[in-house]
Write a protein of this length. Structure first.
Length: 298
């Protein structure tokens, strides 16, 4: 049981974490801060937070657990705002979808206070943003990746593990570098492709007519293109090297399939489709039991 959660960033991810802790009986009080006063007031009115704070520092004051739920590009400025109250024994976590840039910012700013920070990435989210979409069940049955550093206090790593487990998450650990490489492949590149595909459709003279004929396959393929633009701008830029590396691999695979189409090589084309089909079928059976519904990886 924590006495107080300091929530910095009152959006979908932070709000859902606060509600999950409340539902599980893990926190007595939630103090929230957001740059937008109206957002903080809405969070209080919805019961996501109990008290509003006028600054990030005041949200941290008196808290024994702190969640930083801001866009990854705002991580460094947030660390600067709160570093004077990053005390030993207090658990500080983030929910950023990239980790190397967040960790680098923490190293630059927190310095000797770095042991209190446990970088985290819950693999959950929705295409809609905002505190009004917060859901205590958002993290239920989801994975969360912790990327602790050599300096991170192992007691706090265990605390972080216990907290996420208590709200229904499967906790995994990996290095920030491996995290960013993996999620460039399985999350960031798919979003980039969905954005580019929708733009390509919209920019065609007959695009609107084509879209009117789209069915369930189109809906499923493009679902993540409706994701929050600000969040995904930051993610793609902060992890650009890994995303561009994955984009090159995708281009090579696409080029190979286009080559067989140009040369009317049906058997080779079918073989490539079969390989993709087999890989997708194996992933469904082995990697993602029960993962369905409107939520998407971030």
């Amino acid at each position: 049981m924590f006495n107080q959660l300091g929530l910095i960033g009152c959006g979908l991810m932070g709000g859902s974490f606060a509600l999950a802790l409340k539902k599980a009986g893990l926190v007595k009080r939630v103090v929230g801060y957001s740059k937008s006063p109206s957002t903080v007031e809405k969070a209080r009115r919805l019961g996501v937070i109990d008290v509003s704070a006028e600054s990030a520092l005041l949200a941290v004051a008196g808290s024994d657990i702190v969640l930083i739920a801001v866009p990854v590009a705002a991580s460094e400025s947030t660390f600067k705002a709160i570093r004077h109250l990053v005390d030993p024994g207090v658990l500080f976590m983030d929910v950023g979808s990239t980790k190397r840039d967040v960790v680098d910012a923490a190293r630059r700013v927190l310095k000797e206070r770095l042991p209190s920070f446990v970088p985290a990435h819950p693999i959950a989210g929705r295409e809609v943003a905002g505190i009004e979409h917060s859901d205590a069940a958002l993290y239920q049955g989801r994975k969360v990746i912790l990327t602790p550093l050599v300096q991170t206090d192992p007691i706090l790593v265990q605390k972080a593990t216990d907290v996420w487990s208590a709200i229904g998450c499967q906790v995994l650990k990996m290095s920030p570098e491996n995290h960013d490489a993996a999620f460039a492949a399985v999350s960031h590149l798919p979003h980039l492709l969905a954005f580019a595909y929708m733009n390509a459709m919209a920019e065609q003279p007959s695009g609107r007519e084509f879209l009117s004929l789209a069915g369930p396959g189109f809906r499923d393929f493009t679902r993540i293109a409706a994701s929050d633009p600000t969040i995904w701008r930051d993610i793609l830029l902060s992890n650009r090297e890994e995303v561009l590396r994955q984009s090159m691999a995708f281009r090579a695979a696409l080029d190979a399939m286009e080559h067989e189409m140009r040369n009317w090589n049906g058997s080779a084309l079918e073989g490539q489709i079969q390989s993709a089909s087999d890989a997708r079928s194996q992933w469904t059976l082995q990697s993602s039991p029960g993962r369905s519904g409107p939520q998407t990886q971030r």
